[in-house]
Design a protein around this ligand. Sequence first.
Ligand code: ATP
Length: 309
Amino acid sequence: MLSVVPRPVVVRAPSKVNLHLAVGDLRDDGYHDLTTVFQALSLADTVTVSAADGLSVSVVGDDAAAVPTDRTNLVWKAAELLSAEAGVETDVEILIDKGIPVAGGMAGGSADAAATLVALNAYWKLDLSRRELDGFAAKLGSDVPFSLHGGTALGTGRGEQLVPVLTRNTFHWVLALAKGGLSTPVVFRELDKLRAEGTPNRLGDADDLIHALTTGDPRQLAPLLGNDLQAAALSLNPALRRTLRAGVDAGALAGIVSGSGPTCAFLCSDAQSAVDVSAELAGAGVCRTVRVASGPVPGARILDKAAKG
Ligand code: ATP
C-alpha cells in the first residue's frame, strides 16, 4: 500500500517587545503577576516540520549553537503535547531557523513553540481551533499564547491572558543584540532582591500607553515605554546602560530593555530614522549586532500556502 508523506509545513513566528511590563509581587506559586503590553515584531524565527523516523530537532541561524536540540527545547515539548492529544506518532523533523536572539528577552523559544503548534496542526491535519491551540500554548509557557496571536495585546496573569490592543500605524524599531543572554528567572530574582533592598520604583498602569498606541504617533508613545525588569537587567549587565544611551544619542526617540533583556529596543520616528539609528549604533561598539524591525506583525503563520489545505 502506498503511504502518502505529507508535504513539509513552514511557519514564521514573530519576536516580541514589551512596551509596558509591570511586575507584581512574588506569588506563592513562584510566579509574579504581570501586566504587560506586548508588540509582535518582524524579527522572526521560521520552523519547518517534515517527515522523519521519530522526533528530532535541528537549529540553524543566529546563535544556533546556544539552542538545545533535545527534549528541553520547547518545540519538542510542543510536538509531544500535540501528538498525545491527536494520538499520532511524532515522526517529524523540526528545523528551527533562528532570527530571534537566544535568551534575549524577545520570546524566541515561545515563538518556536507557537510555530510548532501551528505547523503540526496543519501537518497532521488536526483541525484544532484557535481556542484549542491557545490551551496548548498556555501549557507550554506564559509568552506562547502571545506568539500565536501577535499584533499588540495586553497580557495579564503570567502574561498569558490576552486582550488585543488597538493600534494605528506601524512602529519602527532598532534592536541592539547583546553578546550572550540573560536567564529570565535570574532577572526576576534580581528584581525581588532589589525590591527587598527598597529600590526601584514600580510602573503605574498602562492606560496612557494604550491611548498613545491608538494615536499611532511614536512621539507620544516613546516617553510612556516602561519595563520593571529593566533595573534588574541593568544590575546584572551594567554595560547595557551604555547601549541604551548610545541608541538615544544616535537619534532614537526612546530605548528600553526588551523583557528580561539583554536585547535593547529603540523606538524610532520612522523607517528611515530606524535605518540611520541602526547604522550609527552598529558603529558605536556597544552591542554584538543590530537589527531593524517593525511592528505590530501577525502571530505564527504558515508560509507554505499549498500545505494549508
Ligand atoms: P522570554 O523573553 O520568553 O523570557 P527569552 O527570549 O529571553 O525568553 P529564549 O530565547 O526563549 O529566551 O530562550 C531561553 C532559554 O530557553 C535558552 O537559553 C535555551 O536554553 C532554552 N530554549 C528552549 N527551547 C528554545 C528555542 N526553541 N529557542 C531558543 N531557546 C530555547
